[in-house]
Every structure is written in structure tokens, then in C-alpha cells.
Write a protein that binds this ligand. Sequence first.
Ligand SMILES: CC(C)(COP(=O)(O)OP(=O)(O)OC[C@H]1O[C@@H](n2cnc3c(N)ncnc32)[C@H](O)[C@@H]1OP(=O)(O)O)[C@@H](O)C(=O)NCCC(=O)NCCS
Length: 122
Amino acid sequence: MILGIGVDIVDIQRIKASLERFGGSFASKLFTDHEIAYCEAKAFPAQHYAARFAAKEAFSKAIATGWAGSFRWKDVEVVNDAQGKPSFRLHGPTADQYGARSIMLSLTHTDTSAAAFVIIQE
Ligand SMILES: CC(C)(COP(=O)(O)OP(=O)(O)OC[C@H]1O[C@@H](n2cnc3c(N)ncnc32)[C@H](O)[C@@H]1OP(=O)(O)O)[C@@H](O)C(=O)NCCC(=O)NCCS
């Protein structure tokens, strides 16, 4: 049974501007070391940061509570398998609450926008 869905679209230029303005402090506030290493290894890091930002927002929509409660950016980490397929690795209270659920994530990005779609199943 599907418990929730969430979708989000992010303007890559907005993320790029924040990365340039605030440097590492912006990235390290929102993204785990693993996510930062993944994005920085790519030709256009802002696309991948934006996709991960969209993924965290889409997750917050799928669980219906949004940013209320104990939701923390870095507790919702995006990881990719050997084929590149993304999924969530949850931490902290979010893992306690949703770690046992089946959660599906899909990401996409163009030069200007990144989007994420999330399905949470029982
Ligand atoms: C999956 C695939 C169709 C995406 O192509 P695309 O249109 O260029 O990509 P989009 O811009 O729409 O989406 C990119 C996102 O797709 C996701 N993705 C990549 N590979 C994926 C896969 N095998 N399954 C599901 N999603 C995948 C990633 O989340 C990626 O974003 P990220 O790198 O920031 O995490 C393409 O990469 C493909 O055919 N891959 C096959 C597997 C492969 O060749 N892997 C190579 C590494 S071993």
C-alpha cells in the first residue's frame, strides 16, 4: 500500500548561487559528506546538489509532515548504487520512524532544473 508520494522541482541556478555565496557552509548544512563527495566529483556539481535538495523536499512531502517535527536535512541522505540508481539512506529520528518502509526515489536534471519523485510504501 502506498502511504505517501512527494515531488519537488528545484532551480539549479538558485542552488549554484547559494553554493557560490556561502561556500562549504551551505553544502555542509544540507548535505552529508557522502553527498558532497558525489556531487563534487561530477562535471556540474550544482545539478546534483539541486537534485538532492529536491529529493529531501519530496521526501518531506511524502511523509506529509513537511519540515515540522524532527526532520533534519542530513538525516535524509541520497545514495546511488553501482548502476547509478538513487535511493535514500535515513539517519536519526527519521530512520527510527521510516527506516522500515519501502521508499522509492527517482531523480532527473536538465541544465536549468532538477526534480525528484518519492513513493513511500508500507
Ligand atoms: C538511468 C539513465 C536512463 C538516466 O539518463 P539521463 O536521462 O541522462 O538522466 P537524468 O538527467 O534524467 O537523471 C539523472 C539521474 O538519474 C538517476 N539514475 C542514474 N542511473 C540510474 C539507474 N540505473 N536507474 C535509475 N535512476 C538512475 C540518478 O539519480 C541521476 O542523478 P544523480 O547522478 O544526480 O543521482 C541512464 O543513466 C542510463 O541508461 N543508465 C543505465 C545504467 C548505466 O549505464 N549506468 C552507468 C554507470 S555503471
